[in-house]
Design a protein. Sequence first.
Length: 393
Amino acid sequence: MEAPTIPLSEQLRPKRLADVLGQKHILQDGQLLHQLVARKQPANLIFWGPPGSGKTTLARIIANELEADFIELSAVSAGVSDVRAVIKQAEQNRRLAIKTVLFVDEIHRFNKSQQDAFLPHVESGLITLIGATTENPSFEIISPLLSRSRVVTLQAIEKKDIMTLLRRASKHLKITRRIKNPVYQLIADLSGGDGRAALNILELAVAISDEQITKETIQKAVQRKTPAFDKNGEHHYNVISAFIKSMRGGNLHASCYYLARMLQGGEDPKFIARRMIIFASEDIGVAGSAALNLAVSTFAAVERLGLPECQYALYHCAIVLSGSKKSRLVADALAASSQAAADHPNAEVPLHLRNAPTDLMKNLGYGKGYKKYVNDDELSGFLPDELQDFKIF
């Protein structure tokens, strides 16, 4: 019986912080993780970041640097009985003067009682807990556990670092002559900042190719056409422009199509949600004020859910915004008012509108004649003299 093949991502998993790509905001000299490892200081951590950003790798490196027993659980399949077994192992380790690092992948999937089971052992120092989650810990991790841990935010791996990883993998596989730079770029685009996904694509492409690895090979490996969407290039601006203009024109079919183009091309869903918040005020405005609430709620849902689940909220919002009545009153008010303020930056505020907290100010006429409530025929007198004819439309 043949031994199981070790996945490429596992073969290339870094053993030292110096070999980890990306995450400079926590790994550079003087930053949090660098300091913890350098001082061999145990700390309970919650790694929050997208898939393939290095959460498991960092946990293993920390355990190795602490010379600790590394125990890994997946919250998808583990239960309270598994936690009890870990605690028993940790107690044995303590008697042998061995530290225990418990890594819980997808810790947000543990319910409250399961998370509660960690608390006394975290407090006593029996275990050093490192949790990994793709969800916002503020919503998914119980407060007592959060208060005893440091939340460390990881970012999607940048494209340049993904390409470095792919070149490192090609050298490891001895295929550097079979693959060109544009193919690395394509894999990096398709991976969406997920290092593990990038290595999986490369590994499968190597398996199905006997000769040169081309863009066509990569398309076969991922089983879909390559989206013509570059998050940093012309397609990015063209497609987001088409999305906004389709919503502005009320064509929900086109709006949904361009939304799908962006998501399949790896666009950050928070970028899309932010643009819809702007659209809700700029293009719908007072014609449907509830649209702004929906758009803001959509952004919150995107932050809380992440991909792929947040797609439902994005489509929900895009469909409603497309079908809403449109008004440019807010946008026109912004433009006209900004211009007026720029043209008259020092115009005197009318005396009756000025605050009058002292007798001196009252004697000078501040606040005199001000009416808290006015009728339609008394709407004049609110603007400086030189702006009496100013209107936003």
